[in-house]
Design a protein around this ligand. Sequence first.
Ligand SMILES: Nc1ncnc2c1ncn2[C@@H]1O[C@H](COP(=O)(O)OP(=O)(O)OP(=O)(O)O)[C@@H](O)[C@H]1O
Ligand SMILES: [Mg+2]
Length: 389
Amino acid sequence: MLGRKILVLDTNSTSRNFLAALLRGKHFTVLEADSGMDALIKVWRDLPDIVVFDPTFADIKEVEFVHKLRHDPRTASTPLIALSSDPDPARREACLQAGVNQYLVKAPEAVDALEEILNRLLGVDRPTAPVGQAEKTRGLLIVFLSAKGGTGTSSMCANLAMNIKRAEPEARLVVADLILPIGSIAPIVGYEGSVNLVTVADQPSTQTNGEYFRNNLPIPELWGFQLLAGSPDPQHGNNLKGERIEEIVATLRSTYDFTLLDLGRSLSRISLPLIQQADLITLIVSTDLSTVKLTKTVREYLETQGIDQQKIYAILNRAVGLEGATKAEAEAIIGLPIKTTMPYMGGNFALANNLHQPITMKYPNDTASIIFKETAADMARSAVRLHNR
Ligand SMILES: Nc1ncnc2c1ncn2[C@@H]1O[C@H](COP(=O)(O)OP(=O)(O)OP(=O)(O)O)[C@@H](O)[C@H]1O
Ligand SMILES: [Mg+2]
């Protein structure tokens, strides 16, 4: 890591000195700046690998600061991390929209989060893999499920996966669609090829190793992740060799940093062990009362199956319109905190799906896009934290 340069911008010298010393202790070369202009001069002169800044400086607007860096070819893709003394969501959103990669609020646990992000961005210090394994992977498993159909599970899975990949471009990420009898991620991302769960399961397991997946799984245009598409039709779906699924998922996990599974509303013999192995269980809830109540049943069932409730990441998706339960009502009924609420997007959501486009690309300025970005980053962080416990 020696020689990796980080510029720390903070007008507060105590805070800046603390962070600089911490990073030097981790063998980074640290440059310091005490104002926005000072930082711009130093960044363009010394070209650090990463910029960490408290966006509360006064000599230039923080959004302008980010725009200047993003619009200069020398720093267009330099990772920018806000470590902010201001928790105001408006500032956070403005910064993220301007092109900041991560926005952390100063707090004791922010130091760990920052370190994790730096290591990830610089591709170092990942959990060590067995000696002899050429590439290290983090092997995180995130599953997506719902108590009822049509709650937006597949749309959330594809769009959140895309945003995790964007937040962590160097991470290897695969999405596998395990919905039977017909998968629905492929139609959302516009993949029409013939590599899918059924064709993969038909091959001998010796053939479908990590290298096979890396070389053969498609990367749908605009989405960035590799896709193991689901069954293309019920006939194929019914022929699926179900006993191969656990092993396929295990191979994906040892090959990718993030494996995301769309399990839909299935709580079957096949999906339960996968849920039990998951680092993070994303539970998609729509606002209609019947879904909220069924979600409580699912939560209770997962509890009886020994699943740690802390792993459940509940997302309230207003897929069915403006009606229905509020966040507080849903939390009270289900007995879980709701981590994110996705706004109702009317026909826009279906339109983006039909055009096979990610929401954040089709509607970059929509609130939903900001929420997708933040939720994806938060989910990735939560998965890492839960995995490393
Ligand atoms: N926040 C939202 N606002 C508006 N429409 C939405 C929203 N979320 C999802 N939808 C729409 O709801 C429909 C169902 O979405 P999706 O197929 O992702 O759900 P699902 O839970 O995976 O369904 P299934 O049970 O069929 O697998 C789609 O037409 C999608 O465009
Ligand atoms: Mg679905």
